[in-house]
Design a protein around this ligand. Structure first.
Ligand code: SF4
Length: 385
């Protein structure tokens, strides 16, 4: 797993907290230098940069220069055009990687859900600095970037500030597609849904979870009374205003029992959604604590997954199967199968070594490799489908 955060091993920096710096190895104008992190190469660098990056102390003969920032060796992948957020302590977060198609910007850790399998357990803290940082980041991300994501927590808890963020994304990055992960409840307020729709972003998709057609089951999974009704109202409001909506269903022991019925519910009542994602479980956050009540081997549910996909396909709903291993799904699912796990947390296990179809397989979350994955991984011995 790529290391996206790290404490400085040593630092001689004088930066404000959460300073955003663009990584460079080329010389900048004197006026611009302060907003760049210079990748040192063993030559004595010009003065004036926001900081000077070293990894694992390889260039510690420069450790006395003002701005020296020695990060863990595992962060040595940083390249020209990447963007880092440096805290005054030297702790550094990689907030944008120029060559990655998987850049997701965390907006908050606050949430009005407490999902059994939340990968980012909610914290009741004032982390509005994350929103301020995201606003600034939008000015630094290159205009040619194809896609970025916004996630939480629940981003719409910001209310009007969330609307302002999407407006800014539209003006700063007019050609960049946006994906937002939200529980959709805030859009049950028609005024909020209208304010969002009025931005008229050309390519913004809201990914909203529905975990069951049974409201009680959905509310149990998200641990919030009344959530199902508000989410459905939110989706209906958004579609009334012509906004793009993706429904996301995470598959686990608490949702598999009604997966087919949930897809039928979507087909009958929400046929107009733009996409449905059927997603495997990520072994992060609460999932690990609740593993006994969540884990089910994908091999056990592969026929149910096939039936769910068949329902969505039959109704002409665009559907994708995310976060699954190729050897654990039936062949009839393959037209909907997507290699979806973000590059920085995508790995394979030792059992995959002889597999002849590894290049077609989505592999594993790094966290699955460590904590739990199927006992039924079976390498393909031929390329035949
Ligand atoms: S054995 Fe092959 S298909 Fe199965 S998880 Fe590994 S690479 Fe994917």
């Amino acid at each position: 797993m790529l290391k996206l955060h790290g404490n400085a091993l040593s630092a001689k920096i004088k930066l404000g907290n959460h300073s955003l710096l663009t990584v460079t190895r080329t010389n900048c104008s004197d006026e611009a230098k302060g907003s760049y992190a210079y990748l040192m190469d063993g030559q004595t660098p010009d003065s004036g940069y926001g900081c000077y990056l070293d990894f694992g102390g390889r260039l510690n003969n420069f450790s006395s220069i003002d701005g020296y920032l020695n990060l863990p060796l595992e962060m040595g992948y940083l390249e020209e055009g990447d963007i880092i957020s440096v805290e005054s302590s030297g702790h550094t977060n990689v907030v944008f990687r120029r060559n990655s198609p998987h850049n997701t910007i965390l907006l908050t850790e606050r949430c009005n859900h407490y999902c059994l399998m939340c990968s980012q357990p909610p914290k009741d803290v004032d982390d509005s600095w994350l929103m301020n940082e995201a606003m600034k980041l939008l000015d630094l991300i290159p205009k040619e970037t194809g896609n970025i994501g916004f996630s939480g927590g629940e981003p719409t808890l910001y209310g009007d500030d969330f609307i302002s963020l999407i407006k800014k994304a539209k003006s700063s990055l007019p050609n960049t597609a946006i994906d937002v992960l939200t529980n959709g409840r805030r859009f049950s307020d028609p005024k909020f849904a209208k304010a969002y729709a009025d931005i008229n972003h050309p390519d913004c998709l809201l990914g909203i979870p529905i975990y069951s057609d049974d409201p009680v089951r959905h509310n149990y999974v998200v641990q919030a009374d009344g959530a199902f009704d508000e989410t459905i109202k939110g989706i209906l409001n958004l579609k009334k205003y012509g906004q793009k909506v993706e429904i996301r269903i995470v598959i686990h022991k608490q949702t598999i029992g009604r997966l087919v019925e949930t897809c039928e519910f979507i087909a009958r009542n929400l046929l107009f959604v733009d996409h449905v994602a059927l997603m495997g479980l990520e072994m992060m956050g609460f999932t690990r604590a609740n593993l006994d009540s969540l884990w089910i081997d994908p091999l056990e549910y592969k026929d149910i997954l096939s039936r769910a996909v068949k329902v969505l396909n039959a109704y002409g709903i665009r559907a994708s199967v995310y976060n699954h291993q190729l050897c654990l799904v039936n062949p009839d699912v393959l037209p909907n199968y997507v290699k979806s796990i973000s590059d920085w947390k995508n790995e394979f296990v030792d059992e995959c070594e002889p597999c002849l179809r590894k290049s077609e397989c989505g592999g594993f979350f790094s966290s699955s490799k460590i904590h739990r994955y199927s006992d039924n991984i079976s390498p393909f011995t031929s390329h035949a489908k």
